[in-house]
Design a binder for this molecule. Structure first.
Ligand code: SF4
Length: 305
């Protein structure tokens, strides 16, 4: 079975976070314009045990027993983690063996059903996204599966708040000229007031997005929106890398430097650079197309050199 863990990755919000990715590439109920995994994949709401829970648990436990510092275990990666029907089992199993906080990043679509909400109850922190408060903007920014309705998702978040004892950090990804208009922001603020998260976290498009048209807000614009959302809102966008071009350039350079020492698989690079496997694969494949890297097949694995 492929590895489902990566990192630990340094994260401003969570310290050193061990990433857990329990889905095949881009298995998601949405196809957001800002997605770092690219666009065009067919959306799905089908829940199944894409990767067996027992195997995931064994890999996480082995990582926790190692010598690297781990401050949090975070479910995210190749799509919507709630689509793996074993996620509740994995989180509960993990909480029986460690006090390290378990964090789930979700696009909130699974919180519509009671069963979906139950899966996340044993986590310590849930970071649900909510980028839209109207059907029109929901379509425009999240391009969801046809069965998903944004008002049902907001109702699901309100219910989840009542049922969940842990912390909720509601993340709003702001895309220039898509969901940042004053009327829409007012509706989003009203939705957030109903959901009552512990924090509202404002983000923008600082990493390479699926669509070139998905543009970031600048810091001053985000700051104005933070003040509008009130006391429990904070900006989490990481402008430090100098924007998405610098970020992408940095990762490409790091890949080239890593494979100069020896041929590596995407998984090797992901572990060494502390970035998700699929993100590294996209950059490595771009570099192959540009003729800057070679890809070789060896013993059923692809090596880059
Ligand atoms: S950003 Fe997240 S929710 Fe949106 S398509 Fe990508 S994986 Fe799915």
């Amino acid at each position: 079975m492929r590895s489902t863990i990566y990192g630990p990755v340094p994260s401003r919000r969570l310290g050193y976070s061990l990433g857990v990715d329990i889905l095949p590439f881009k298995t998601c109920s949405m196809d957001c314009v800002y997605c770092q995994l690219g666009s065009g994949a067919k959306t799905t709401v089908r829940r199944k045990e894409y990767v067996p829970a027992a195997a995931v648990l064994a890999q996480i436990r082995a990582a926790l027993a190692g010598s690297r510092r781990i401050d949090a275990v975070t479910f995210s990666g190749s799509g919507e983690p709630g689509l793996n029907s074993g996620i509740g089992k994995i989180i509960r199993g993990l909480k029986r063996t460690t006090d390290i906080p378990v964090v789930v990043l979700t696009n909130s679509s699974c919180l519509v059903s009671q069963k979906g909400r139950q899966e996340f109850l044993a986590a310590d922190i849930v970071v649900p996204s909510l980028d839209a408060a109207t059907p029109r903007i929901f379509q425009k920014i999240n391009r969801p599966h046809a069965s998903l309705k944004v008002d049902k998702i907001i109702d699901g978040l309100v219910r989840f708040r009542r049922e969940f004892a842990g912390r909720i950090w509601l993340e709003i990804m702001l895309v220039k000229d898509v969901n940042d208009g004053p009327v829409h922001l007012k509706k989003l603020k009203e939705a957030a007031a109903r959901i009552r998260p512990d924090k509202v976290q404002l983000n923008t498009v600082v990493r390479p997005p699926a669509e070139r048209s998905a543009r970031p807000l600048n810091r001053a614009q985000l700051e104005k929106i933070r003040v509008f959302f009130g006391e429990n809102a904070e900006i989490i966008a990481d402008f430090k890398a100098g924007g998405r071009q610098a970020d992408a350039g940095h990762i490409r350079q790091a890949i080239l430097a890593a494979v100069r020492r020896r041929p590596m698989t995407v998984r090797d690079m992901s572990l060494s650079l502390g970035r998700p496997v699929e993100e590294i694969r996209r950059y490595a494949d771009d570099l192959v197309e540009q003729g800057r890297l070679d890809r070789l097949r060896h013993k059923k694995s692809d090596y880059y050199k």
